[in-house]
Design a protein around this ligand. Sequence first.
Ligand code: AMP
Ligand code: MG
Length: 371
Amino acid sequence: MQSPLGRSRGKLPPLFTGQPFFYPFLVKTRIVPISASSLREACQILQGGDLVAFPTETVYGLGALGLRSDAVQKIFHAKGRPSTDPLILHLPSPDLNQAVTHHWMAAPIPPFANELAKKFWPGPLTLVVPKGAKVPLEVTAGLGTVALRVPAHPVAEKLLQELGEPLAAPSANRFGRISPTDASAVLQELDGKIPLILDGGPCPHGIESTVLSLLSDPPTILRPGSITAEMISEITHTEVWLQSKQKDPKSGMPSPGMLENHYAPQTPLYLCTAPIKSFASPYQFILYQNCPTSPEAQVHLLCPDGKHSTAAQNLYRVLREADQAASSAILIDPVPDSPWALALRDRLHRASAGTANWANGQWNLRPRETT
Ligand code: AMP
Ligand code: MG
């Protein structure tokens, strides 16, 4: 068996040095509403080997035909994403046997993979499994494993069914930046770099899928999301490990998708050690729930209805809004315990520049210790 995370890397094409590389050509980027003709146009662009941004239930994806190296390379160029960060392959069907027959993943199917697919697909669970021969190394960053999921969004489903083959699709933002949860956020990120954005309105979940490696026994969550260890464990009847900050022993790089800095606004973000009660400063404040003493200006609200899923849905939009206020820092409330807390804290930790606490009549900002 491979290492638990499937870390043995194959040889990457020479262009792929791990350095970000920006797509050099400017194109006109159009946002179009969903219709039969815009979906047809999206398919034509994708089949021509180009990129289309589309909504999923988690965040907007930047799609390319996942079995075509040249198309997949454009994703890395448009995002400025290093080639060492693998992509998720979005499948047209939740049938894993079909994925094996098409050589998208390799047999033997790990135990309980079928049960997980039946229970959670379409949906926000990504399974890391042995790679099939048809999947180009660009998708897997040279790894012998591939990350698969079936998105639960009518637009993504329709696109995939029309195409009848997988789409590689990371979040439709420039590398390291906040994931987009609506079409205008995609435009902010990728204007001039891609021809088409399908506008399916705001994404219902708002944070990225749970990534689960089936290469370890028991399985390991590589990235927490709305599908929790408890929910997975109910299906697998095993323990579920949680991977945190593991470095690849060979390259010294964090495990894929576990980069310490990610999802970040341009304004430094500080995680408050206690709920925010003082607003006496020029900073932007993100409150989890409303606080009666908060002034309207400078304050953004994550969870106005008290539902934790709403906090996830709003997280990236609110971070973007606070970022646009051009202040010197953004301070955010601690995330209270809930089934969503692990995923929210994970994203906020990686987006953060440090912690903040209120003492002696002022906010004290402390930079994050780097590991
Ligand atoms: P995103 O860029 O938001 O689409 O996230 C893609 C993430 O999927 C990566 O950053 C990893 O967390 C995960 N991933 C994709 N392929 C693999 C793989 N072969 N092994 C481990 N994790 C993977
Ligand atoms: Mg991303």
